[in-house]
Design a protein around this ligand. Structure first.
Ligand SMILES: NC(=O)c1ccc[n+]([C@@H]2O[C@H](COP(=O)([O-])OP(=O)(O)OC[C@H]3O[C@@H](n4cnc5c(N)ncnc54)[C@H](O)[C@@H]3O)[C@@H](O)[C@H]2O)c1
Length: 344
């Protein structure tokens, strides 16, 4: 692992008006990086929240941004040429498991065509490292837990997961063909301040405060590896400097490493390695709010998996770091932010 100073390094982050991109940009700016953001401000959820996030970033002298869609390859290429990044962190994309049943095409456009355009720019500009967001959803119907990167992940259950898996495969091919160092992140249910309105924590807090019922799927027998956003972006920061190198032989790859034998490419889980029961999560929200939820127990939804749980040993072996925030602590921070932001 190499650790270098962030001073004057140029990082292009896609999705900076989004939840994770915003937090990552803030962290990198605080460390002295020069950051350019690219975001299409899609209306998948409240655009005002995205504009507020970008507005905060734009107050920083080392931040600049372009508004546009990933699919617009002429615009993306121009922006990338002008900024000339050393590193690209690609986080923009159509997120959300459930919405992929409603509008699958938006996932193909953003996550496949869009990701291809990012890869093309990265190849052309010969960036030092390309890092891209994938998801724990690629583990699909795998049953062996906790999920580990060296296991097969071939049973995606939604188009969302399938497009993210396609992004991993495309990334591997470019890493192999063009010797483009590439790291794919598999994120596990990220939550925290400035969070996404379509995610459970946000919806639950909002509904409980308004005394509306909350839908609890699979009668609460759901388990998620909730990852606090500050921990997640700390892990990304460390992985930026953990550049994969094509191994000379298969024999030199440790059994715990997902490094490809034929490309400077690896996949890394970023999760808390802690499986939290949904009912305990709801209890913690109630405790943070000092208010009880009206609980509406439901069947599991189509495409949903009952559990996710990360083995985060690879991240720890590579960076010496593992996410650790306890979900009760993280929920309390989110609730403080939410009440302040919405004056509720
Ligand atoms: N938050 C999670 O729990 C989680 C879990 C697993 C994976 N991920 C992945 O992490 C990444 C970031 O997620 P997030 O939670 O910050 O989501 P987000 O929706 O808050 O951010 C994504 C951003 O990308 C932008 N965008 C979407 N499609 C675009 C397009 N075609 N062109 C340009 N901009 C576009 C949106 O406007 C948005 O601001 C996504 O790729 C997502 O799939 C997130």
């Amino acid at each position: 692992m190499t650790q270098t100073s962030g001073a004057a390094r140029r990082v292009l982050i896609t999705g900076t008006a989004g939840f994770i991109g915003f937090h990552l940009a803030r962290l990198l700016l605080a460390e002295g990086f020069r950051v350019h953001g690219f975001d299409g401000m899609t209306d998948y959820y409240d655009v005002t929240l995205k504009q507020r996030r970008h507005g905060m970033l734009l107050q920083h002298g080392n931040f600049s941004a372009t508004e546009g869609m990933l699919e617009d390859n002429a615009l993306f290429d121009q922006m990338a040429d002008d900024f000339a990044p050393d590193v690209i962190v690609h986080l923009a994309g159509q997120a959300g498991v459930r919405y992929s049943l409603e509008n699958p095409r938006s996932y193909i456009d953003s996550n496949i065509t869009g990701t291809f355009n990012v890869m093309e720019a990265a190849r052309r500009l010969e960036v030092q490292h390309l890092l891209m967001a994938s998801t724990s959803s690629v583990y699909g119907a795998n049953e062996e837990m906790p999920f580990v990167e060296t296991e097969k992940a071939d049973t995606q259950l939604t188009i969302y997961a399938a497009t993210k898996k396609a992004g991993e495969s495309m990334g591997h091919s470019y890493a192999h063909l063009w010797n483009l160092p590439t790291t794919m992140f598999r994120f596990f249910t990220v939550y925290g301040t400035w969070g996404r309105p379509d995610l459970a924590l946000y919806k639950f807090v909002d509904a409980i405060l308004d005394e509306r019922p909350i839908d609890i799927y699979n009668h609460g027998e759901m388990y998620r590896d909730f990852t606090y956003v500050d921990d997640l972006v700390r892990a990304i920061r460390l992985l930026i400097d953990t550049v994969p190198e094509r191994p000379a032989t298969r024999a030199e790859i440790p059994s715990w490493d997902s490094l490809s034998p034929v490309a400077p490419y690896r996949v890394v889980n970023i999760g808390n390695s802690d499986k939290v029961r949904l009912l305990d999560f709801v209890d913690a929200i109630e405790a943070a709010l000092g208010k009880k939820a009206i609980r509406n127990y439901m069947e599991i939804q189509k495409g949903d998996v009952p559990a996710t749980w990360a083995n985060a040993d690879l991240l720890n072996n590579l960076t010496g770091y593992r996410p650790q925030t306890d979900f009760r602590e993280g929920i309390a921070c989110f609730v403080d932010w939410f009440r302040d932001y919405y004056s509720k």
